[in-house]
Ligand binder design. Structure first.
Ligand SMILES: [Zn+2]
Length: 329
């Protein structure tokens, strides 16, 4: 799946003494009964804006945007923080630098997640967050390994300008399968639990990052068809997840999207033009794609191409990636 979010461009900073608003996030510092100085509040506010937007965007789409700061003399960790609320030990805060406050605040937010890890390999970075304490560590490792195995290939093959810094979030509150927006991929914890072999969800979703078409570049069936074509072509274990391209039948249309469209694209690559999908992907990214693109690239309209496919759909060579075959088990 693909999700396009509107960029947050609101940048109104307004001080009302104890409350500040910036980038759509509000911090309200309730310092009644404390001796917190204005300078300390400013340091805290600056640290907040360096940490909270990052935390909130990783934590979920509906994470609270208004945060209340309270003080407690019994807060032993110095800072305790969750979505919408920060509790600080006033004595801890006194004389702390902005850097120190920021570091402690970041650590306090990270403790809300069951897993937080960050790793780099050959110029590619992956930050991995799980909000599910039950996430199988084997599945976690497979998701990470698949990113480092597949994503650099997709970037090199389709779009070298793609971001090299990706965020995976496994969320228990998210009930669909997975979706990509910006550099973030959200995975459903429930889906991963029920379909622990479906590791090439990573291939499909990271292709959405590579696609990065933005608004109204082309129809959704085309975007999703390309992502599944890429999963078929570059996936690491489609056999292991029993994922395959469904056989043709006359009720289908190329607009069915996903695997039906992906099979058609595979057929086109084999019979009409090798490299066609990569060319379409480029046109979509450049916002130059129209229905005429098919004619320009193949000499035929998409409907004519589908008619050709429907006449001869079984003349296709399909080979699925298989981890077991690779390791010889
Ligand atoms: Zn998708």
């Amino acid at each position: 799946m693909l999700k396009v979010l509107t960029a947050i461009s609101l940048l109104a900073i307004s001080w009302t003494g104890v409350s500040a608003q910036k980038k759509g996030y509000t911090i309200s510092i309730n310092n009644t009964g404390t001796t917190i100085e204005q300078k300390t509040k400013e340091k805290l506010t600056a640290a907040f804006y360096n940490v909270y937007p990052w935390f909130a965007s990783a934590d979920g789409y509906r994470t609270k945007r208004d945060v209340i700061v309270k003080f407690s003399a019994t807060e032993t960790a110095g800072i305790k923080a969750k979505a919408g609320e920060i509790i600080i030990n006033e004595n801890w805060l006194k004389g702390k630098s902005r850097n120190k406050i920021e570091k402690q605040l970041r650590e306090a937010f990270i403790t809300n997640w069951s897993v937080f890890s960050s790793q780099k390999k050959k110029g590619y970075k992956l930050t991995f967050i799980s909000k599910d304490p039950q996430l199988d560590p084997v599945v976690q490792q497979k998701l990470i390994d698949t990113y480092f195995e597949v994503y650099p290939t997709l970037v090199k093959t389709y779009n070298r300008k793609s971001i090299h810094d990706v965020l995976f979030v496994v969320d228990t509150a998210y009930k669909a399968v997975a979706e990509a927006s910006g550099n973030r991929i959200l995975f459903s914890a429930g889906y991963l639990k029920a379909h622990s072999t479906d590791i090439d969800v990573v291939t499909h979703e990271t292709m959405h990052i590579v696609q990065g078409y933005g608004y109204s570049a082309g129809p959704v069936w085309l975007t999703e068809g390309i992502a599944d074509y890429v999963r078929y072509t570059y996936g690491v274990d489609n056999v292991g997840s029993k994922w395959s391209l469904p056989a043709f039948n006359t009720n289908q249309s190329y607009k069915n999207s996903y695997r039906i469209t992906a099979r058609f694209f595979t057929w086109l690559e084999q019979h009409v033009k090798s490299g066609l999908i990569a060319s379409l992907d480029q046109e979509l990214r450049a916002h130059q794609y129209t229905e005429q693109s098919w004619v320009n690239l193949t000499g035929k309209s998409i409907d004519q191409l589908w008619v050709d496919y429907a006449k001869n759909p079984d003349e296709i060579q399909l080979k699925y990636s298989d981890k077991r075959a690779e390791t010889g088990n």
